[in-house]
Every structure is written in C-alpha cells, then in structure tokens.
Design a protein around this ligand. Structure first.
Ligand SMILES: NC(=O)c1ccc[n+]([C@@H]2O[C@H](COP(=O)([O-])OP(=O)(O)OC[C@H]3O[C@@H](n4cnc5c(N)ncnc54)[C@H](OP(=O)(O)O)[C@@H]3O)[C@@H](O)[C@H]2O)c1
Length: 286
C-alpha cells in the first residue's frame, strides 16, 4: 500500500519512521520542512505540499496538534482530502474530540474518502519503539485494511466502535492522565512538607498500588527537576479543554477535571507549555 504521513512532530516523526522501516512506500509532509527532510534521508519521499503528499496514497495518516489544525490542513478549501484518491482511507491519529471526529468523518465521506479515527495512548518512547496503543473508531472493514500498518507503529489496537469512538476513548484516557499527574505532584509536595525526603517519596510512592503506572517515568523528571518534553503541557491543556467540551455535550459535570484544567492553564501561562506535562509539579511547587 502507498502511504502518506502529515504532521511530523514529536509523535508523527517517530510513527512515520516506523512505517518506513516496515517497507511501506511513504510520502511525508510537515509545515516546517526539517522533519520531512530527516525522513527523506531515511528513504521517504518529501512532498512539496499536503495535497501533493496524498495524491497517490491508499492510506493517509495525520498526527496534528489540534482539531482546528486538522480542519485547516485536511478539510479547508485547500485541504488535502479533496486531493485524495476516491475510496482511499484517511486515518486521523491526532487527539481531537469525538464531535469533531464525527464531523471530519462525515465531511471526508461526502468527498469520497473513507475515515478512521485512531488516536494513540503512549508517548515519545512508545512512538519510537512502535508500541503505541491505537484507540480506533470506524468501519470494521476499514480498520482491518489498515491493521497491518497500525501494527508496525503500535503494540495494541482497540477497536472501540463507530467513527468518533476512538476519539471518545482518548478523551477518557487523557482525563485520567491529566488528573493523575496533578494528584501525584500535589501528594509529593505534601509529603515534602511533612518532612519526607523527596527522593524517598519518588522511590516509594510509585511502587505502591495506588498510583498510576505512568508516574514512575514522571517521578524521574521530578527527581531531576528537568521536564524534557515527551508530551507537551500545552497539548494536555488542549486535551482538558476538549474533555470539558465533550462532557458538556454529554451532560456530565466534571468538577475535578475543570480544576485540573485551570492548573494546567496557569502552568502554560507561566511559560511551561513546551515542557513535559509533568512540569505541573514545578508549577504547583513554585
Ligand atoms: N506527545 C505525546 O506524548 C502525545 C501522545 C498522544 C497523543 N498526542 C497528540 O498527538 C498530536 C501531536 O502531538 P505531538 O506531541 O507530536 O506535538 P508536536 O510535536 O507539537 O507536533 C504538532 C504537529 O502539528 C503540526 N502543526 C501545528 N500547527 C500547525 C498548523 N497551523 N498547520 C500545519 N501543521 C501544524 C506541527 O508542525 P510544525 O512541526 O511545523 O510545528 C507538528 O507536525 C496532538 O494532538 C497530541 O495531543 C501526543
């Protein structure tokens, strides 16, 4: 299958590199040219525009920052969907809200293109190792067709149902992730105020049954007070806003997620947006 990959940031560049290693014919495009040139050196074709990238592709992947960016790049007048082959599949891996995904899917179908929402759970090292978890929504036949490609970028595929279900599941995963990071940070800070050594807390708490497993890796960032970006804090804030929008559409109040969003917004305003979201610890501490 001929594939195209648009959006070569922290995640997309690594996912595309794995597609390439698997032997898939790959054309890439990114707004800023550096990451596409890097993949060109590894054997991809770097396209001059996103419409040029998709013209011959059977499957087009996107890994872009926000729903607005996905809409502009894919579905605006100059967007790439209109340049895709009839019947080709667009797989959107970006984290967007389910309403947006359903709209994008319908708009793509109206233009003769199939659509699968396939956001991912996992971060930079998982993208690099090819063991992401794909949270997938869409037609079962379409999902089967793209499964071999997802398998080279991920270790697990969860088909959650119709279009928008992958995005919906991703909202739940990131609601948990964002709040767990605040809870862990706040608890470590309390422990320090109670006189416990910070390293003792960072060694002990992640090995109890009560914390989320991902905090082990984040504890090392807190230990060094260095938050080299895996998942940018600004995108966690974006995701909490999408979670709130989704919850409001569903009529489900989210009290703690709203508080978490306010904290991440403060951290973003204080200049931590391009640090890893574990930097919420530094924000709460300072
Ligand atoms: N990092 C993670 O751990 C992680 C995990 C799961 C899901 N996600 C989700 O995956 C998506 C990408 O995240 P990332 O961490 O890879 O972010 P990133 O490194 O900031 O990459 C964002 C990508 O979007 C492109 N982009 C941004 N604004 C654009 C615009 N106006 N027009 C065209 N392209 C634009 C960027 O192009 P430039 O390079 O030109 O800026 C880049 O390719 C986000 O939805 C994020 O929430 C991230």
């Amino acid at each position: 299958m001929k594939t195209a990959f648009i959006g070569l940031g922290i995640m997309g560049s690594r996912m595309a590199a794995n597609l390439l290693k698997s032997g898939a014919g790959l054309t890439v495009f990114n707004r800023s040219p550096g990451p596409a040139q890097e993949l060109e050196r590894l054997g991809a074709r770097a396209a001059a525009s996103c419409t040029d990238a998709v013209r011959d592709a059977d499957v087009v992947f996107t890994m872009l920052s926000t729903p607005d960016v996905v809409r502009d790049v894919a579905l605006s007048e100059s967007g790439f969907v209109s340049a895709m082959k009839a019947g080709a599949i667009w797989v959107d891996c970006s984290t967007v809200d389910p309403s947006f995904s359903r709209w994008a899917g319908q708009t793509a179908r109206d233009r003769g293109v199939r659509f699968v929402d396939a956001p991912v759970s996992g971060t930079k090292p998982n993208a690099e190792r090819g063991d992401l978890v794909f949270l997938v929504g869409g037609d079962a036949g379409d999902v089967r067709e793209i499964e071999p490609l997802l398998n080279v970028m991920g270790g697990k595929i969860i088909h959650a149902g119709e279009t928008g279900r992958g995005a919906g599941l991703k909202m739940l995963v990131n609601a948990l992730l964002a709040q767990a990071m605040v809870v862990f940070s706040e608890t470590v800070l309390l422990g320090e105020k109670l006189g416990f050594d910070r390293n003792f807390l960072l060694d002990t708490l992640p090995n109890t049954h009560v914390v989320a497993p991902f905090t082990k890796a984040k504890a090392e960032m807190i230990r060094k007070d260095e938050y080299e970006v895996n998942f940018p804090l600004e995108w966690m804030l974006k995701d909490l806003r999408l979670v709130e929008r989704t919850a409001s559409e569903a009529g489900q109040p989210l009290y703690l997620a709203r508080l978490a969003r306010e904290l991440y917004a403060g951290a973003d305003e204080s200049g931590l947006g391009r640090e890893d979201f574990a930097a919420i610890y530094r924000y709460l501490r300072d």
